[in-house]
Design a protein around this ligand. Structure first.
Ligand code: SF4
Ligand code: SF4
Length: 402
């Protein structure tokens, strides 16, 4: 069977036509750097989509429509990508493969019924449970019981100015519960009315998009936005960069409208309050630390200096690792790579952890539950004595009313 016609926007067409397959971006791709597989490269992945484009538009020459079976053979190569976006920086012409083409490519695979294994199971889980871990919704509030044991109040489904969108990873992975608890402490210190959605919160759709489920992601966006609108919130704050980027950049595209509230990451919110003089930060970590940039927060959302400015207040100082800021190396935690190539995921996380350890710091900060999760696995694999800390975990104790 031939692949049916696919609609391409002008921007997608431009990106596909502009790539000269020079491979300059290849050396920046973390999956290629780990696997050395010439098929695990940005131009190879885009070539799969270009075959479809060429058959419809005849650029640079007309070719026959590719067969579905032909695309099926490239399933692994298409999904062995962390969606880190560094190929845009590595490209001579700044072609936005990740931002423009890779979600579309994954959506095509899902539409043609070509996804399988962990990728398919993840999307099935999101459809059924509205989270990627096949967990019942009452487990979403377990961290709130933990918060109560620390005497941290968490308002649930209240009319409020600020909504804290917790995200599946922090809410459902018990080992990460100090991230939302830290955020709750910060919000209580700020003192403006805030709330969480509790059991009603559903996945932001980030892993659904990574699994090719654009329709599922649209339904989740509708549900989350409807709940936020019902509570009359003005600001939605996140600790998870995946949730942040999805609400900020993907929701308006999926819903074809501007959101009626401001989307902000916790690090931005805290720094804004510090700069306006309503919050003070105190040093709570008595040593020099390092910082790992989450791809979806740093390179893909431009929040690079905010966590660093905060770390300068709350620690004894910051030592930059190799490949940081907008050129930060992915830890492997994105794009559902762990579900298609566990070995590449593990090797990439260990490679990144070694770079972070080379700074000499023994406390490694990030601002992302998935990065924390991934780097903690690398710590276990390497058997080293370092601590992976999410900035939100220490912010709760570091903020005080000015
Ligand atoms: S998004 Fe990252 S992992 Fe994917 S092709 Fe680009 S550089 Fe490689
Ligand atoms: S994406 Fe850019 S760097 Fe990569 S092969 Fe195409 S033109 Fe070359």
């Amino acid at each position: 069977m031939s692949v049916p016609n696919v609609e391409f926007t002008a921007k997608e067409a431009l990106m596909l036509e502009a790539c000269v397959k020079c491979a300059a971006c290849v050396k920046s791709c973390p999956v290629y750097r780990i696997t050395h597989d010439p098929k695990c490269t940005p131009p190879y992945r885009s070539k799969v989509l270009r075959k479809v484009y060429q058959s419809q538009h005849g650029f640079p020459y007309k070719r026959d429509k590719p067969r579905v079976e032909e695309l099926a053979e490239d399933f692994e190569e298409v999904f062995k990508c962390t969606l880190c976006g560094i190929c845009t920086i590595g490209c001579t012409f700044q072609i936005q493969m990740r931002e423009t083409l890779f979600d579309k490519l994954r959506a095509l695979y899902e539409k043609l019924g070509l996804t399988k294994g962990g990728i398919k199971q993840t999307l099935d889980s999101i459809r059924e449970f509205k989270n990627p871990f096949s967990l019942e919704k009452d487990l979403r509030v377990m961290w709130i019981s933990d918060a109560e044991s620390y005497e941290v109040q968490v308002p649930v489904k209240q009319k409020a100015k600020i909504l804290y969108f917790v995200g599946c990873t922090s809410a459902l992975k018990g080992a990460l519960s100090m991230i939302p608890i830290g955020a709750a402490k910060v919000l209580n210190t700020i003192g403006e009315p805030w709330t969480v959605l509790g059991e009603e919160e559903v996945c932001c759709g980030n892993p659904a998009l990574a699994a090719g489920g654009e329709e599922v992601a649209r339904e989740l966006a509708e549900e989350n936005v409807r709940l936020a609108e019902q509570l009359g919130v003005e600001v939605v704050v996140m600790t998870c960069p995946g949730c942040f980027r999805t609400w900020m950049w993907e929701f308006p595209k999926l819903l074809k409208r501007k959101l009626p509230f401001k989307i902000i990451h916790l690090t931005e919110l805290v720094l804004n309050h510090v700069k306006s003089g309503s919050l003070r930060l105190k040093q709570v970590v008595n040593e020099v630390v390092t910082y790992h940039d989450p791809c979806e927060l740093g390179r893909l959302s431009g929040i690079i200096e905010e966590p660093r400015e905060i770390l300068k207040f709350v620690t004894k100082g910051l030592r930059e690792p190799k490949e940081s800021k907008s050129e930060g190396l992915c830890c492997g935690g994105g794009g559902l790579l762990n579900l298609v190539d566990k070995e590449a995921w593990n090797n990439l996380s260990v490679f990144r952890l070694k770079q972070l350890i080379e700074t000499g710091a023994r406390k490694i900060f990030s601002s992302c539950p998935s990065c924390k999760n991934t780097l903690m696995s690398a710590v276990e694999a390497l058997g080293v004595d370092v601590e992976i800390i999410d900035l939100a975990e220490v912010l709760g104790d570091a903020v005080e009313k000015a």
